[in-house]
Ligand binder design. Structure first.
Ligand code: SF4
Ligand code: SF4
Length: 467
């Protein structure tokens, strides 16, 4: 950091490192590595660029406040903000994902688990070792999630697992923040439903949109749609005061529909939000290019939905997109709420996936792939897994050149599992990467709308809502 004297006793402001991007509305976005940002007019940007800020005291003050121009106090704030982005490394509260089976009674077009492709099941011995491994982890706070295959195909094993888990995590002094079952709901019955309610288990299911779309994407093995069965259980839980979580997968099929219909469908089942999630291109969808989308088409779909959600929220029917919300949280605060938008992301840090044979993977999306394997509960200690996580991180090159100098670098991330599925490389291939293209368009749109008082008010409201 150097200061340049222009005349006796008048010091030129010291400019921090910043990145910039001209937006479609003519404004120039300036953002720093610590996640502070400012929207400048072309003229103001020229003054910053030429380091001629002393003549505009208001602008200078704003840029000092944002840490674009350095002051002694500002540097302390910058260090605090920057280090807050990495808080999850010290307090990771990992999500432990457990698979009881990879079999499934549905044949969803995009299944990222590619279920039914193997018939292995979790054995009692492996189950014990998984529970013991989770208890041996140093983190006090953990969350548990069952994924598949279809979890309810092994309700017997689910009950056994939870009994053992509850006993042993209690003895280990852990705090279990949540226990969630991810299920397609089609094997639900009264006995299972009561067990879920009695044990206060969370329940998450897929809902891809209106009946016609959902049935097209998520049929039974014989081709019948699964929408009606799901709705029966949504009603069952709803009358008992239990709200379920829903997740859509957006594919080329979804783009044939008005995105407002997806939002309406989610409101109909009592959801407070939706998480627009493009098909991963992992598992079954890796082989079905028909389902994949052009980034521009997906962005346009999301943009129309976002406009609609802003309109609804303004009319008092508050409804939001969780992807947009996590972007806005990163933009307005030092928090990085979504593990996939952190750098480094949650893989092997805030997430561990325990597969049927005891293999431990860094992420659900990387399961069954040796590149993302960190160990096995039969033979590995937590220390072994931790060292392998560091090795994986070293190979994935967390600080990629293009992201490192991108104006959105402080708010954004790409996914190594998706990158591996698409390009056979763990280092995301920005700027070819689908997520990179889409994220850039989404961030552009959000920042362009910051100048609109209606959007700005709604954005700030969404940030305050519980994640
Ligand atoms: S590997 Fe991808 S899906 Fe997994 S936590 Fe990281 S960004 Fe998210
Ligand atoms: S992924 Fe793309 S948009 Fe995101 S920070 Fe990297 S280069 Fe920028």
């Amino acid at each position: 950091m150097s200061t340049v004297s222009v005349e006796p006793n008048v010091m030129k402001p010291v400019i921090n490192e910043y990145f910039s991007r001209k937006l479609a509305n003519g404004k120039v976005l300036v953002a720093t590595r610590h996640g502070s940002w400012s929207l400048l007019s072309g003229e103001q940007f020229d003054m910053l660029d030429k380091e001629e800020l002393v003549s505009d005291k208001m602008l200078l003050r704003e840029l000092e406040e944002k840490g674009v121009v350095l002051t002694e106090d500002g540097v302390r704030k910058i260090v605090h903000s920057y280090s807050s982005h990495y808080f999850h490394l010290a307090d990771s509260r990992p999500l432990c994902i457990v698979y009881l089976t990879n079999k499934c009674n549905l044949a969803c077009k995009y299944c990222h688990s590619d279920s039914c492709s193997d018939s292995s099941e979790l054995s009692s011995e492996t189950m014990e070792k998984i529970v013991d491994f989770i208890c041996s982890m140093p983190q006090k706070h953990i969350a548990l999630e069952f994924q598949g295959g279809e979890t309810l195909l092994r309700f017997d094993m689910l009950k056994k697992f939870l009994k053992l888990f509850d006993e042993r995590v209690k003895a280990a002094g852990k705090i279990v923040e949540s226990k969630v079952i991810v299920s397609n709901l089609t094997l639900m019955n009264e006995e299972i439903a009561e067990f879920i309610l009695d044990n206060n288990l969370g329940l998450c299911t897929s809902l891809d949109g209106p009946k016609e779309l959902h049935d097209k994407q998520r049929p039974f093995l014989d081709g019948r749609g699964s929408y009606d069965v799901i709705m029966k259980w949504v009603d069952y839980f709803s009358v008992r005061g239990r709200r379920l979580s829903f997740l859509p997968t957006i594919t080329s099929n979804s783009l044939m529909y008005d995105p407002k219909l997806l939002v309406d469908e989610y409101m109909k089942v009592g959801a407070k939000c939706i998480m627009f999630r493009p098909v991963y291109g992992v598992g079954r969808s890796a082989a079905d290019y028909e389902l994949l989308m052009e980034p521009e088409d997906y962005f346009e779909f999301w943009r129309k939905a976002l406009d609609y959600m802003v309109e609804l929220s303004m009319d008092g029917k508050v409804f939001y997109d969780r992807t947009a919300q996590s972007m806005l949280i990163s933009i307005f605060t030092d928090r990085r709420s979504d593990m996939c938008m952190r750098r480094p992301c949650g893989a092997g840090i805030a997430q561990f996936a325990f597969y049927l044979d005891g293999s431990i993977y860094a992420c659900d999306l990387g399961k069954k792939n040796d590149v993302f394997k960190l160990g096995n509960v039969m033979s590995s200690s937590y220390e072994d897994v931790f060292l392998n996580t560091i090795q994986l991180r070293a190979n994935t090159s967390e600080f990629q050149p293009l992201c490192d100098t991108c104006v959105y670098g402080a708010f954004c991330n790409t996914c190594m599992c998706k990158s591996y599925a698409r390009f056979g490389k763990v280092v995301p291939m920005t700027p070819l990467d689908f997520d990179c293209k889409v994220n850039k368009m989404m961030f552009d749109y959000i920042f362009e709308k910051m100048d609109d008082p209606v959007y700005r008010a709604v954005f700030e409201m969404w940030v305050r809502l519980k994640t």
